[in-house]
Write a protein that binds this ligand. Structure first.
Ligand code: ADP
Length: 191
């Protein structure tokens, strides 16, 4: 299965991506995690990405697209994957479509996690205390929410027009959300 997990910052994409991917036997590929790893290792990619991430802005498409292309070319992604945090712009959607089409593949489903705004801010501020991510300050969180609303929320409509969207209430407990995602995917599969 080739899946995309979408949702606003704080919706729990990272958490769900890992568990859901594990249960489906595909790798979870998080662009945010790959960027953060590169920042830690001080690679060229990391240095470029950090400037944007710390401001709450998206890393430029050409940088992100090239990175995802490399990652999807690895063996473990050959039979399927769960993308967390990509695509986030229309340009990324088009690039992903083209990359998959080269091998005759396409996205099977797009899982959208929905959580209300207040709950999102509360979760992110709590995560800031625990993980100390430099982009979890209140100003940057607000900026990330704006960028999501402007640039990424419209992608949900693009995938909805293709009949690929599965919307899940992300406000429950972690395990409940996971079960809802898995059961929604398997009933889609069956149907
Ligand atoms: P969030 O919790 O906001 O969803 P992520 O860990 O997915 O955070 O991403 C953190 C940051 O990494 C983003 O704010 C952005 O700067 C950068 N980033 C991640 N994925 C992408 C992408 N697909 N395109 C551009 N920038 C990205």
């Amino acid at each position: 299965m080739r899946l995309i997990l979408m949702g606003p910052p704080g919706a729990g994409k990272g958490t769900q991506a890992k568990v859901v991917a594990e249960r489906l036997g595909v790798p979870a590929i998080s662009t945010g995690d790959i960027f953060r790893d590169n920042v830690v290792q001080q690679t060229d990619l990391g240095r470029t990405a950090q400037r944007y991430m710390d401001a709450g802005d998206y890393v430029p498409d050409e940088v992100t697209n090239a990175m995802v292309r490399d990652r999807l070319a690895q063996d473990d992604a050959g039979k399927g994957f769960l993308l967390d945090g990509y695509p986030r712009t229309l340009d990324q959607v088009r690039t992903l479509d083209a990359m998959l089409a080269e091998d005759g593949h396409a996205i099977d489903a797009v899982v959208v996690l929905e959580v209300d705004r207040e709950e999102l801010v509360a979760r992110l501020l709590k995560r800031a205390e625990i993980e100390g991510r430099t982009d979890d300050t209140e100003d940057v969180i607000r900026r990330r929410q704006e960028v999501f609303a402007e640039q990424t929320a419209p992608l949900i409509d693009v995938y909805a027009e293709r009949g690929l969207v599965v919307t899940i209430d992300g406000s429950g407990e972690i395990g409940e959300v996971t079960e809802q995602v898995l059961s929604a995917l398997s009933s889609r599969d069956a149907g």
